[in-house]
Design a protein. Structure first.
Ligand code: CO
Length: 486
């Protein structure tokens, strides 16, 4: 399994390089290199000898609990990979790369018709994939399960009913309140100084620079080659300091999770993250619950002011805190505030579910999208580039991915509530920039377990109950009630 992991993580290194330092002309051969290694990986993970060993090991009663879990989860992966023929894997990979290219050009030219035929092909293939993978109630469940094991359309629907019922009227109330001022975010901020400030924030969180580094990329991401080498990236915009701050703290949260996974389990499931939802809970906890709190800026505002004395001379810590929590319905998901963000996810969830049950067709997407944005966010979509073409996910064949963003935020609120209850001085510690205890808590409760527990088992183990949207809503009401004087 370690040898298989060696190949898998080598692909990760090549992909990281592709997004950060690779010169443009290297793209074609890089794609070939990654595709070759993916083939090697698939061959290794579906090797018949491995299958035989796993069969034997799953009957071996001398294994301890952790070893049993490693065998059980590896066997799951093996059985799943075995369901796919090489022809199917290759066809999928080819279709995805065509679809991705069509999406790029469609987005650039604001022309959905370039994308439509390729996406139709990909959706058809994805529907076949659902049948190959298998599902109980809804074909879309097979897609969801790839990112959030055990998640179903039915459960998510229930969750989003709560979101609609509670969050929609709450945002309406905020819309009628006096808007907060955030124009100082958009002055000119020297990129190198921003970079230094971002590194300060990462160090303060406890990100280990001897086991990781930060680089620039056009879309911030985190990747890991093993827990002792975890890379984060960020983007820096000269005319919006908030962008660097958020991506730094967010990816830092992902990075801390990866650095906290047990290195001694390298190559085995217990060295891996549970699910995208739990991964996102770690990034959102740092980004929102910590990074968008007043306590956090009591410590860090003087630091950012030190870097940018002119730009921020008339600004107070409290103004900075309010600005970063400005709520305003908008067109673009990635720059949405932490409340209206979930409307963006809800729209994508409804569309994906409808696509997989066949109630809408790819051709209907732009009109359907625009109607939903009007309904949930009250905004008119001026172009498909700023509408249905904005996200990369579908062109990659990633259906069922979006809901994990919301699930992650809701887990984060529930975990953070528990962390505060177990450590009543947490807020005071954050005010002083002392993150040691919080990180230790996350390490012990979440990181060191790898995939030993499922997401919902872990949530129950930590908080005593299953995922409960009420924690997010209470957090939102308390914070935004104060900011907007509701
Ligand atoms: Co994330």
């Amino acid at each position: 399994m370690q040898k298989t992991a060696d190949v898998g993580y080598s692909i990760a290194v090549l992909s990281w390089d592709q997004e950060t330092y690779m010169p443009e002309k290297g793209a074609e051969f890089r794609a070939q290199q990654i595709s070759t290694l993916s083939g090697v990986f698939h061959k290794m993970i579906t090797d018949d000898t491995l299958g035989k060993w796993l069969e034997e090991l799953s009957k071996d009663n001398s294994l301890n609990e952790k070893q049993k879990k490693n065998v059980e989860l590896t066997k799951e992966t093996y059985d799943k990979q075995k369901k796919f023929t090489t022809e199917f894997v290759e066809l999928m990979s080819k279709t995805v790369s065509e679809c991705f290219q069509a999406w790029q050009s469609a987005k650039e030219k604001n022309d959905f018709s370039i994308y439509q035929p390729k996406l139709e092909k990909l959706v058809e293939l994805k529907k076949q994939e659902c049948e190959i993978l298998g599902y109980k109630d809804h074909p879309y469940d097979a897609q969801l399960n790839e990112y959030e094991k055990g998640a179903t359309a039915k459960d998510l629907e229930k969750l989003f009913v709560d979101v609609r019922k509670e969050l929609v009227p709450f945002v309406q109330k905020i819309k009628q309140a006096k808007q907060v001022e955030d124009s100082f975010f958009y002055k000119t901020y020297d990129k190198d100084k921003q970079w230094s400030f971002g590194l300060d924030l990462l160090k303060q969180m406890g990100y280990d620079f001897d086991a990781g580094r930060q680089d620039r990329s056009s879309h911030p991401f985190t990747t890991s080659f093993n827990p002792l080498d975890v890379r984060v990236t960020t983007r820096v915009s000269e005319n919006d300091i908030s962008e660097m701050i958020w991506s730094c703290i967010h990816e830092g949260g992902h990075g801390l999770y990866e650095q906290g996974l047990p290195a001694e389990e390298y190559g085995l499931p217990l060295s891996e993250a549970i699910s995208l939802g739990i991964h996102e809970s770690q990034s959102r906890l740092w980004e929102n619950n910590v990074g968008r709190s007043l306590a956090y800026w009591k410590k860090n505002f003087p630091i950012v002011q030190f870097y940018f004395p002119d730009q921020l001379k008339d600004v107070k810590a409290e103004d900075f805190y309010k600005a970063m929590n400005k709520v305003e319905p908008s067109l673009i998901r990635t720059s949405a505030d932490e409340l209206t963000y979930h409307f963006h996810v809800m729209i994508r969830f409804e569309i994906e579910k409808a696509l997989f049950e066949g109630t809408i067709k790819v051709a209907d997407l732009p009109a359907y999208w625009n109607a939903k944005y009007k309904e949930y966010l009250g905004v008119d979509v001026p172009s498909d580039t700023k509408g249905v073409l904005q996200d990369i996910h579908w062109s990659h064949g990633s259906f069922g991915y979006f809901p994990t963003y919301s699930i992650g935020s809701f887990y984060a609120a529930q975990f953070f509530d528990k962390a505060k209850k177990e450590n009543p001085s947490l807020t005071t510690e954050i005010e002083k920039g002392e993150m040691k205890n919080l990180l230790k808590w996350l390490r012990e409760k979440v990181h060191i377990h790898g995939r030993f527990y499922t997401a919902s088992e872990l949530c129950e183990k930590i908080t005593g109950e299953k995922l409960n949207f009420a924690y997010f809503m209470n957090y939102a009401k308390e914070k935004y009630g104060e900011i907007y004087e509701l």
